[in-house]
Design a protein around this ligand. Structure first.
Ligand code: NAG
Ligand code: NAG
Ligand code: NAG
Ligand code: NAG
Ligand code: NAG
Ligand code: NAG
Ligand code: NAG
Length: 469
């Protein structure tokens, strides 16, 4: 009897005390777990934001200033194979799509100045190198293309005085300028001496002078850009991380009719404000595009390393001739047809029109006005950027644009009297940014770090960050 009492006492005291302890610990752990689960998301967010800010000297900064990526630009040129028939017999132009001519790029940002107000100012430096083994053809291949400086001058003279047009015709006669030129692919891209631009440089008053006497569609792009870009670092406001504050000291473009359309507040396509959702509209600013390009969520994609990304692409009506693009048509109506974007105000008034390759998303009559362009397919001709949504970093991109010349018929100038009103495609290109082996490793590690968060991985994240894009 006494032994049994002893046992009971033992049970209630030592045993039960232990039990209570275990139970209490479990409850505390459970509560702790709930609290961590609630706050972990916020902590990860703060942690990511903190790591992303472009602080001079930090790894993110080094990675941003000298991206460890090997981008390429692939150029496809439309060679005109029936120039004489087109001019003399009114045939449709027959185009032969040549290429790709592939250039590797090296990106760098130089002369970076910290403005101490949450922005950095810098210049882009891009170096292009022809890659013969990746190309289909050499960059000294001769191609026949419309004479863009000449046709720009004649199209512009349409509303000038008649005697000016006649004078222009005789000057072109003397200089033997023809509506089509035969140049190498390299010259078409990087520049050749043009007699008309050379003349203009000598005779036109200083204020209206074109800045150069060579003509090339990528002229001046190889090397350091003279433009000063001021960009938000995220130090003061993460919602503007990577967004352009000013371009050449201006916070808006002078060309369009509304403040919204004149805005330059976009990303350069490499980094975006983090924590992106499928509902967000991303905006990219590119000087040659002459506007912000909106991008919307298309689908969720996976990189080869298994990192999940959101694919963003321009909405189908981005270049539509409609109400929301009216602000981009200060001289209209009429405005550019569906699928074309008139950049002539950004191109010294030459009638350059941008579209997507093969007139993707454009009025089909544009493609049918010429022969030799196959119907567009989204997989080959759509522009897109894949971003890692939590960090807002581009993992993959295909920036695809076609350059066209909108020629107006001018009867007084005999050299082009037979050149009808037409949107003449010149070339298209795609700028390709893919993940490198290093960046894949970095990307997957960041995902791990973002999901598990231990100090060891934090350390790894910090050191590996420069390899992500
Ligand atoms: C481009 O077309 C012209 C004929 O108009 C031809 O002589 C030339 O060989 C073509 N270029 C290439 C690279 O095929
Ligand atoms: C123009 O068309 C005529 C008849 O339609 C043809 O005889 C002539 O060869 C063509 N000219 C050219 C340059 O193709
Ligand atoms: C570098 O930036 C500073 C300040 O923006 C400027 O004064 C200087 O001219 C720039 N140097 C070059 C080489 O662009
Ligand atoms: C930050 O400073 C730079 C240089 O002084 C200036 O151009 C820019 O407008 C400023 N940006 C903001 C948001 O204050
Ligand atoms: C770009 O410039 C670099 C050096 O400045 C030069 O080596 C390279 O050939 C140029 N690329 C092209 C396509 O002209
Ligand atoms: C996205 O937008 C739709 C409609 O505006 C809304 O119903 C949905 O909740 C939003 N989703 C997120 C994740 O914000
Ligand atoms: C393109 O824009 C310029 C400048 O606003 C204008 O003069 C020209 O008529 C436009 N072209 C077309 C085809 O709308």
């Amino acid at each position: 009897m006494q032994g049994r009492d002893k046992l009971c006492a033992k049970l209630t005291s030592a045993f039960l005390r232990k039990w209570w302890f275990v139970l209490a610990s479990a409850v505390i752990l459970l509560l702790l777990g709930i609290v961590i689960a609630i706050f972990l998301g916020t902590w990860i967010r703060l942690f990511i934001d903190h790591e992303l800010v472009l602080r001079p000297g930090s790894m993110t900064f080094e990675w941003w200033a000298r991206p460890p990526v090997r981008p390429f630009v692939k150029v496809y040129v439309y060679n005109v194979t029936n120039a004489d028939e087109f001019l003399n017999n009114g045939s449709k132009p027959i185009l032969d799509e040549l290429g790709p001519y592939v250039y590797s790029e090296e990106w760098e940002k130089i002369n970076i100045t910290d403005n101490e107000n949450g922005t950095l100012s810098f210049h882009y430096k891009r170096t292009y190198t022809f890659q013969p083994e990746m190309s289909n053809g050499m960059d000294d291949d001769a191609v026949v293309v419309p004479n863009i400086p000449m046709l720009s001058a004649t199209s512009q003279s349409k509303h000038a005085a008649r005697f000016l047009r006649l004078a222009m015709a005789s000057i072109m006669d003397i200089l033997k300028i023809k509506p089509f030129v035969e140049v190498s692919v390299g010259q078409l891209l990087w520049g050749y001496e043009d007699p008309l631009l050379k003349l203009a440089k000598d005779v036109v008053p200083k204020e209206q002078k074109l800045p150069y006497e060579e003509f090339g569609l990528f002229y001046g792009k190889n090397g350091t850009s003279p433009d000063v870009v001021t960009m938000f670092t995220g130090a003061t406001d993460m919602t503007r991380y990577g967004i352009v504050d000013r371009y050449n000291m201006r916070d808006r473009l002078p060309h369009w009719t509304t403040d919204q359309c004149n805005s330059v507040a976009g990303s350069d396509g490499s980094i975006f404000p983090p924590h992106i959702t499928a509902n967000d509209t991303l905006r990219v600013y590119d000087k040659d595009l002459c506007r912000l390009l909106p991008l919307r969520y298309l689908e969720t994609v996976e990189s080869s390393a298994g990192v999940e990304g959101y694919r963003f692409t321009p909405p189908e009506d981005v270049f539509a001739n409609d109400e929301h693009n009216k602000c981009f048509c200060p001289a209209g109506p009429p405005c550019a047809p569906d699928g074309l974007f008139n950049v002539s105000l950004c191109q010294y008034d030459s009638p350059i029109m941008l579209s997507f390759p093969h007139f993707y998303l454009a009025d089909p009559s544009l493609r049918e006005a010429v022969e030799g362009i196959s119907p567009p397919v989204p997989e080959k001709h759509r522009l897109y950027i894949d971003v890692q949504p939590e960090m807002g970093i581009a993992m993959r991109a295909r920036a695809r644009i076609q350059i066209n010349l909108a020629v107006s018929q001018v009867l007084d100038i005999k050299q082009v009297a037979n050149f009808p009103d037409i949107v003449f495609p010149i070339l298209w290109f795609e700028e390709i940014v893919s993940q490198t082996k290093h960046s894949q490793a970095g990307g997957s590690r960041c995902r791990e770090a973002a999901s598990t968060q231990n100090t060891e991985q934090r350390k790894r994240l910090r050191t590996e960050q420069p390899e992500i894009i």
